[in-house]
Design a protein around this ligand. Structure first.
Ligand SMILES: CC(C)(COP(=O)(O)OP(=O)(O)OC[C@H]1O[C@@H](n2cnc3c(N)ncnc32)[C@H](O)[C@@H]1OP(=O)(O)O)[C@@H](O)C(=O)NCCC(=O)NCCS
Length: 148
């Protein structure tokens, strides 16, 4: 499988598959126009994981001054725990370092223990809480990883 996996930049053509995966992955999925908007912004880094022409993962982030903000990441359930999430996050970390970002950060639903453990494993720490961050009123943790 390893050899047939490709991580590449997301294109507008990928959005049908990306959006299907988004809906399967989150209780409150992003609307499709969020992806379209981000893809058109030049400070966005948007990646997909492709396996046999199928999108099995994606991640979006953006440069904000000297920070890198990870805004979305998901790996198809059938392909989780094989290092694909880690590989996507490594791309962001490398991009952040190349652009002299001081740190990377992200929001994660307080009850999303799977993702919190995943980020912890990659060296992210809880920095603060953002109350009522999600549309259904859930709080978010802001997690952060220093680069410098
Ligand atoms: C979070 C997510 C992207 C992780 O992707 P993944 O491809 O399964 O993660 P990886 O296989 O690269 O795991 C990387 C590390 O995190 C750890 N990890 C991953 N899932 C974990 C879990 N459920 N519990 C504990 N640790 C976990 C792994 O042990 C691994 O460490 P290792 O390489 O030392 O074994 C994936 O679970 C997902 O898409 N979840 C649903 C969407 C979501 O919640 N996104 C985050 C929104 S903030």
């Amino acid at each position: 499988m390893q050899k047939e996996i490709l991580i590449r930049e997301m294109e507008l053509n990928d959005l049908d598959q990306v959006y299907e995966l988004e809906k399967r992955s989150f209780p409150n999925p992003w609307p499709r126009y969020f992806f379209e908007g981000d893809l058109r912004e030049k400070n966005t880094v948007a990646l997909v994981v492709e396996y046999k022409k199928k999108i099995i993962g994606y991640a979006l982030g953006k440069y904000e001054d000297n920070k890198f903000h990870i805004t979305n990441i998901a790996v198809d359930r059938a392909y989780q725990s094989r290092g694909l999430g880690r590989a996507l996050m490594k791309r962001f970390e490398d991009a952040g370092r190349r652009n002299l970002c001081r740190f990377l950060y992200l929001e994660v639903r307080k009850n999303n223990l799977q993702a919190i453990n995943f980020y912890r494993k990659l060296g992210y720490q809880i920095d603060s809480i953002c109350r009522y961050y999600y549309i259904n009123g859930d709080d978010a943790y802001i997690m952060k990883k220093e680069l410098l």
